[in-house]
Design a protein around this ligand. Structure first.
Ligand SMILES: *[C@@H]1O[C@H](CO)[C@@H](O)[C@H](O)[C@H]1NC(C)=O
Ligand SMILES: *[C@@H]1O[C@H](CO)[C@@H](O)[C@H](O)[C@H]1NC(C)=O
Length: 278
């Protein structure tokens, strides 16, 4: 009996935390039949056609955690389409941690657009190209969000970090619980080459696929403190030296935009979090 209780307490929470099922954990919020949950909840597809895109969001809200998802992006000519995958709270002073994948013409690279919004204010864009074709197979995109740091990962490689710099007066998202969101939509007024390349509707429907979701984090239940097992997600304060090396490699070879060095945009000085080039 004791062993059973022991197993229940130690093994099951882990299993529940890792084995994401789209049917159980997510709601389709837009696009009706364009968003589909398949294979007993193991696969989710979003589609976009001329009439509408589609979207889904997690049933649960989290306050801190490590969220991971495998995505296969719209293949072929995906110019004009945007696949977003982000954490967001609600209200006019919301917090948000964003991945957006901007499509491109066949053979041209996707752009991974990232942003961090605190209290409704963002303007913290960094953009990257990838070192693989994100439409050929599934790759893992994760967000680690703890009270000390936010890290964006692609296949385990950190591409961006945002440290808690409240001591410098920079707001950090640490009060509002967030849901996981994803959507596929038409943004051909700005997405590809700044809006020059339009969506080719003859190629519709455009389809992005999702699998193997996992959320290790603190579940938020209405009106109560968040419940999170100790050690349920990494509590690291900074990247270790091997990870920092990877981050430096990505920034050097694949970063294509960094607001922190965009002098035209900030002629009177960079935002305070930019000290150190982050
Ligand atoms: C599309 O391809 C062009 C040319 O390679 C590249 O400059 C651009 O960053 C790519 N991505 C988008 C979203 O335009
Ligand atoms: C599914 O995701 C988990 C957690 O991110 C990872 O450890 C595991 O390797 C993934 N499984 C597959 C089949 O990719």
């Amino acid at each position: 009996m004791q062993l059973v209780i022991f197993l229940f307490l130690t093994v099951f929470p882990r299993i529940f935390a890792l084995g994401g099922n789209f049917a159980q954990d997510f709601d389709i919020t837009w696009g009706g039949g364009r968003a589909r949950i398949l294979h007993n909840g193991e696969l989710l597809t979003l589609s976009l056609d001329r009439a509408s895109g589609s979207a889904f969001q997690s049933k649960s809200k989290y306050l801190f955690g490590k969220i991971a998802m495998q995505l296969k992006l719209v293949p072929g000519n995906s110019a004009g389409t945007v696949t977003s995958y982000y954490l967001s709270s609600t209200g006019s002073t919301w917090d948000e941690i964003d991945f957006e994948f901007l499509g491109n013409m066949s053979g041209e690279p996707y752009t991974v657009h990232t942003n961090i919004i605190t209290n409704g204010k963002g303007d913290r864009e960094q953009q990257f190209h990838l070192w693989f074709d994100p439409t050929a197979s599934f790759h893992t995109y994760s967000i680690l969000w703890n009270p000390h740091i936010i890290i964006f990962y692609v296949d385990g490689t950190p591409i961006r970090q945002f440290k808690n710099m409240e001591s410098r007066g920079v707001l950090f998202p640490n009060r509002q619980p967030m849901r996981i969101h994803s959507s596929l939509w038409n943004a051909d007024d700005w997405a590809t080459r700044g809006g020059i390349v339009k969506t080719d509707w003859s190629k519709a429907p455009f389809i992005a696929s999702y699998r193997n979701f996992s959320a290790q984090g603190c579940l938020w239940t209405q009106g109560s403190v968040p419940s999170c097992g100790s050690g349920s997600y990494p509590r690291i304060r900074e990247l270790d030296s091997a990870s920092l090396k990877r981050l430096t490699w990505v920034r050097k070879k694949y970063m294509i935009y960094n607001y922190c060095i965009d002098k035209k945009r900030f002629p009177n000085g960079f935002p305070p979090e930019c000290v150190g080039g982050d």
